[in-house]
Design a protein around this ligand. Structure first.
Ligand SMILES: [Zn+2]
Ligand SMILES: [Zn+2]
Length: 351
């Protein structure tokens, strides 16, 4: 049987490049030859802690590829076509599936691409029951392999921003400037909001946020975030206290301190959106929720079609955010580098 290289997870901070069988293509499946795959914040989280992952998992869900084989029953997908994809293992039976809220299906992360099923840190990836426009998304020629590998995280940013329902002139604070935070900032700029302020602890990520269009950047360790945000977006008095006047706050940092601060930065009746995944729980002062009555959103999932449009129209730029590229033979070094926010923004594996 033909073999391929893949990065296999063995335990916290233990990932090994091995030679395994290339998956067999059934009549309803397609086989993709991976061009590039980015390391997601959630992959780093699993790699570092062992949370949400089992031994033997091959991660990777942010990728660009070319169709290598097509099962006989598959329509509208051709060998050689460029694209990305995601097989979503939702059950179709549960309360949420019946309500069309597929992202909330408890089976989603048990049998999906890179979660339960093999992911794209491998030379080949099988998409079972491939459907064009659903589990396989064609990529336009304008997008190079690295930009195309950011379609998934940009799709998360696009959906997060549209869930915030920004209005003209809204003042926005984005906490965290990894790829998703940076893309959230760029999508907001595309919506014609007011100022978009980015807070970060990494100089490198702050600089790239500035380079790609953030109106103001704040170093969250070297500056007083609340005071600076008050200066930029105004002072927001609320019952018995004073915070800032941000209409929208997005947490893409995934740090408990950012979660806690979001309730200070948002104005009363503003919006807080959580898209980061902190490894530790934050202390939640629910008095602030009562007194400020913010709209609080949990943002999971993405809008692929909008992401592809944003990238194609250059409204969101991601190539500048790719700080390191490794071969699959150096998967472990790639993961270690992605764990260092001061030295990397987005790390990719190229095949
Ligand atoms: Zn991801
Ligand atoms: Zn379900």
């Amino acid at each position: 049987m033909a073999k391929m290289k893949a990065a296999v997870y063995y335990g916290p901070r233990d990932i090994r490049t091995e030679s395994i069988d290339i998956p067999e293509v059934g009549p309803n499946d397609i086989l993709l030859k991976i061009n590039a795959c980015g390391i997601c914040g959630s992959d780093v989280h699993s790699y570092g802690t062992g949370l949400y992952i089992n031994k033997g998992q091959i991660m990777g869900h942010e990728f660009s590829a070319e169709v290598a084989k097509v099962g006989q029953n598959v329509k509208d997908i051709e060998v050689g076509q460029r694209g990305t994809g995601f097989h979503s293992g939702v059950c179709g039976q549960c309360y949420w599936c019946k309500n069309q809220q597929f992202m909330l299906c408890p089976n989603l992360f048990k049998a999906s691409t890179g979660y339960g099923l093999q992911g794209a840190f491998a030379e080949y990836l099988l998409i079972p029951n491939a459907i064009n426009g659903v589990s396989f998304l064609p990529v336009p020629d304008e997008l190079d392999i690295f930009t195309a590998a950011t379609i998934e995280p940009v799709s998360v940013a696009a959906l997060t921003v549209s869930q915030c329902e920004p209005k003209k002139g809204d003042q926005v604070v984005v906490m965290g400037a990894g790829l998703i935070g940076n893309a959230v900032m760029q999508v907001f700029k595309a919506y014609d909001v007011g100022k978009v302020v980015v807070t970060e602890v990494s100089d490198m990520r702050l600089q790239s946020a500035k380079d790609l269009g953030a109106d103001e950047v704040i170093h969250a360790l070297k500056e007083d975030v609340l005071e600076r945000v008050k200066e930029i977006v105004g002072v927001g008095a609320y019952h018995f206290n004073v915070g800032a006047m941000a209409d929208i706050v997005v947490d893409a940092a995934g740090a408990p301190s950012a979660v806690e601060q979001s309730f200070e930065l948002v104005r009363s009746a503003g919006t807080i959106a959580f898209v980061g995944l902190p490894e530790k729980t934050a202390a939640l002062d629910t008095t602030k929720i009562v007194h400020k009555a913010p709209r609080i959103l949990g943002c999971l999932g993405g809008d692929f079609a909008q992401s592809i449009e944003l990238l194609k129209d250059n409204k969101v730029k991601t190539k500048e955010l790719i700080s390191h590229v490794y071969s699959i033979d150096h998967a472990k070094e790639a993961f270690e580098m992605q764990m260092r926010p001061h030295d990397s923004v987005k790390v990719m594996i190229e095949f």
